[in-house]
Design a protein around this ligand. Structure first.
Ligand SMILES: Nc1nc2c(c(=O)[nH]1)N[C@@H](CNc1ccc(C(=O)N[C@@H](CCC(=O)N[C@@H](CCC(=O)N[C@@H](CCC(=O)O)C(=O)O)C(=O)O)C(=O)O)cc1)CN2
Ligand code: MET
Ligand SMILES: [Zn+2]
Length: 770
């Protein structure tokens, strides 16, 4: 009996970022839709061929996307808010408009809200549903892509977002009007299921024998009471397409008690994540044993880049084989591989001994295939031996540690976690340094990362531009940003971050203990990708990282300059962490490195220092019982990084991606002088908690969405500010700022948007004199 290997999903960006380049060229009007579709097709074929070449048995289809797979789901099932449905746009432009907004030829559409995909740095587009949503098959993308693969000679397993997860991830849209606050997206399940069943039927008719339905929500507390809904849903699917074998995929965490109802569902196989939650294996085996379910073992991580330890994986798999029999076991990736880079093959600068520690998506596909072959009794001894050697070499390296870093961390005292005085005293001390107006205006840090900036950096990396020339270039950029902010009358300035390729990678590149890559891009949202640095050993700061740029910027102006750092939790969450040391230790090592930087900035005369922690919320464990453990070390790390300065220095932080109400007490414990939060798409939803819990420190709720090129009008932002003021009636100190940094924007829209924003602050000051 041979055991099958399966890959749950593969990166869709292309090994050389082909999809980014083509979509951006299309948006810029440089290529036509047909050219874009041609690139998309080439990429789909290349992905299938890669997986086939690596020896994978079960190859996914339908997981390719030009923007986001949840947006694809919405387009297929006609979850299209009326403002998009009514717009005079092609289907493709309507699709992109839903993801990124549209402002052209008199059409002005705000993008839909983005949200983090579970605990990852991937963002999906949040569906807007309402009682007016009419599910129907608006397109047949999953069937078309299945057919496309079939024509290329590859039989695939189509992948679909599960209906319950899809609805749980959505929200009541504007079309619901006044009833939106009480509208439950899940109430639409009964209407969605028959249409979903129709799609399954069409896949079956097209010749599919299997389908993968992703229900990652099953690893969250929110599904504990949904057993009956899952049961009726999957019963309906079994009826709609009786010939289709369904693999119900769960990932990113453990099923816990949900496994009791999940094991009874009328599906063919259950997939579990043994990378994130290996502890669930015994419980799951016990639950599925009496049934006829197959168990798909998620052994090869879809979330990190470490080479799989074959010996450990095979031991785990044997446990399942012994309990269930070989015919009921599948070996798979833990989740889709979209969170990992495409291939190690394009990394030429990693030292060979380091390269040998890693596996990216293509290499992971080969790992799954090898594991399945090993379990099926095929002769893969050479591969097993090579793997054993690599793992041993890594373990040997991991024995090294930096004594100075370890000793410093061990010697940290409780006082080092806290500012010297409480907020009101700090505020008094800070007001003596700079007297800011009411509704002070600021931005979140970055200004447009133009083509010129990227080109200069790329030339500098390649040695075509000297360090002196590059730094002169950056100074000019900073000067331009400072002059602009003064000209439009911003109160607290930033230097604009032109020197950074990415807010976490930039720090990773300057700290000891990280390695970084050349082409290892991972999709963050739409056409925006990141190259997460990799933590391989103890972390320390060999030299100041940002002081030079902030000091230069401050030298250009009398207005207060805000220094700009990425916080320890965010650097860690946006890196690939090492696996041999706890995240807490890695985070606190980062915190100590940043603490020195914060103190250096203050000593250089920087008045305000913003330490961004946009990823603190995303790293929140998926099960609530695990929250306190994480939040304790995460918040402590931020405090350790920031509390070393005197009262007169203003510590800011910034958070994007809403839903802070859940972790509000911990946000409070950060004890920032000022925090800015993304809020424009959430319409003030998160501010309720700040009011109800009596938050006293200063807040800057974002006035406009920066992910979209559209320019918000004064009226629009003034309306938003008024709504925020209503939600925060007792709050004395409200800042006026955008939702997030402006790096993905171009200058023309940035100039106009910020001018409008300053106008809004001035209107508000006139209405509420001090
Ligand atoms: N890590 C991370 N996660 C995050 C964020 C973030 O800023 N960083 N922000 C939130 C939203 N996510 C985002 C993710 C990426 C980008 C983004 O702008 N990415 C850039 C790449 C940034 C980068 O690393 N740029 C490098 C390399 C740029 C490049 O493509 N260079 C060219 C050469 C220059 C040229 O000719 O243009 C090349 O290599 O071919 C640089 O500036 O140096 C992109 O996709 O375009 C923005 C937001 C949440 N998660
Ligand atoms: C994703 S949070 C971004 C914060 C950063 N300071 C910026 O302005 O780009
Ligand atoms: Zn942000």
């Amino acid at each position: 009996m041979s055991i099958q290997s399966a890959v749950l999903g593969f990166p869709r960006i292309g090994a050389k970022r082909e999809v980014k380049k083509a979509t951006e060229a299309y948006w810029a009007g440089k290529i036509q839709a047909a050219e874009l579709q041609k690139v998309a097709k080439e990429q789909r074929l290349a992905r299938w061929q890669t997986l086939k070449d690596q020896g994978v048995d079960v190859i996914p289809s339908g997981d390719f996307t030009l923007y986001d797979h949840v947006l694809d789901f919405n387009a297929t099932f006609n979850i299209i808010p009326s403002r998009f449905a009514q717009a005079n746009l092609s289907d493709l432009d309507r699709y992109f408009a839903m993801g990124r907004g549209h402002q052209k030829d008199g059409v002005d559409l705000e993008a839909q809200e983005m949200q983090k995909w579970f605990d990852s740095n991937y963002h999906y587009i949040k569906s807007e549903v309402s009682s007016k949503t009419e599910f129907k098959l608006n397109n047949l993308k999953p069937v078309d892509e299945f057919n496309e693969a079939k024509e290329a000679g590859i039989t695939t397993r189509p992948v679909l977002v599960g209906p319950i997860t899809a609805l749980l991830l959505g929200k009541a849209g504007r079309d619901e009007g006044a009833g939106a606050a009480s509208f439950e997206p899940l109430s639409l399940l009964d209407k969605l299921v028959p249409v979903y069943g129709e799609l399954l039927k069409k896949l079956e008719e097209a010749g599919a024998t299997e389908v993968q339905i992703d229900e990652p929500s099953l690893v969250m507390d929110s599904t504990a009471d949904l057993g009956a809904k899952y049961q009726s849903t999957f019963e309906a699917f079994a009826k709609a397409a009786p010939g289709l074998k369904i693999t119900l995929a769960t990932y990113f965490g453990r099923l816990d008690k949900n496994v009791e109802f999940v094991a009874k569902l009328p599906v063919a196989a259950l997939h579990i994540d043994l990378d994130r939650a290996s502890e669930q294996l015994d419980q799951v085996i016990a639950a599925v044993k009496p049934t006829s379910l197959k168990l798909s073992l998620g052994l090869v991580s879809g979330r990190n880049i470490w080479k799989n330890d074959f010996e450990a994986s095979l031991a785990t798999a044997k446990k399942a084989v012994d309990a269930l029999g070989a015919d009921r076991v599948v070996v798979a990736t833990s989740s889709s591989l979209l969170h990992t880079p495409v291939t190690l093959a394009n990394e030429s600068r990693l030292k060979p001994e380091q390269k040998d520690w890693f596996s990216f998506a293509t290499e992971k596909a080969a790992e799954v295939a090898t594991l399945a072959k090993a379990l099926s009794g095929a002769d893969v001894q050479a591969a097993l031996d090579a793997n054993k050697q690599s793992i041993k070499a890594r373990r040997d390296f991991e024995k090294n540690s930096d004594a100075a870093v370890r000793e410093r961390l061990a010697a940290v005292t409780p006082e080092q976690y806290n500012r010297k005085s409480p907020f009101p005293e700090r505020l008094a001390a800070q007001s003596k340094v700079y007297k800011l107006p009411q509704f002070p205006t600021t931005t979140i840090g970055s200004f447009p990362q133009t083509k010129e900036i990227r080109l200069a950096r790329s030339k500098h990396t390649k040695g075509e531009l000297s360090t002196e020339e590059y730094e002169k270039f950056l100074e000019n950029e900073i000067k331009h940003a400072v002059d602009f902010q003064e000209a439009i009358d911003i109160d607290v300035l930033v230097h604009g971050e032109p020197e950074r390729n990415d807010m976490s990678q930039y720090f990773g590149e300057q700290l000891t203990g990280f390695v970084f890559t050349e082409n290892a891009w991972v999709q963050s949202y739409g056409s925006r990708y990141v190259r997460p640095p990799i933590v391989v050993s103890d972390v320390s700061r060999p030299h100041p990282m940002t002081v030079r740029w902030s000091s230069y910027a401050q030298s250009l102006t009398k207005r207060p300059m805000k220094g700009m750092l990425t916080g320890p939790v965010t650097i860690l969450n946006w890196s690939f962490p090492r696996a041999d040391v706890s995240k807490e230790v890695q985070c606190k090592q980062l915190a100590l490195a940043l603490r020195d930087e914060v103190i250096d900035l203050a000593n250089a005369g920087i008045f305000a220092i913003q330490v961004d922690e946009p990823a603190i919320r995303e790293g929140l464990p998926l099960r609530q019982v695990d929250w306190d453990g994480y939040l304790t070390w995460a918040v402590d790390s931020f405090k350790l990084a920031t509390a070393g300065v005197e009262d007169k220095t203003s510590v800011h932080s910034h958070f994007c991606y809403s839903d802070f109400s859940l972790i509000f007490e911990h946000i409070k414990r950060l004890d920032c002088d000022v925090i800015s939060v993304e809020q424009s798409k959430a319409g003030g939803r998160d501010l309720v908690a700040f009011h109800e819990k009596g938050y006293e420190n200063e807040i800057g709720p974002g006035l406009y969405d920066i992910h979209s090129p559209r320019v918000p009008s004064v009226e629009e932002m003034k309306g938003r500010l008024d709504a925020y003021l209503k939600a925060l009636p007792a709050q004395k100190h409200i800042w006026v700022n955008p939702d997030c940094g402006l790096k993905t924007r171009a200058w023309p829209e940035t100039e106009q948007s910020l001018k409008n924003m300053v106008e809004v602050a001035k209107l508000a000051r006139a209405e509420r004199p001090e």
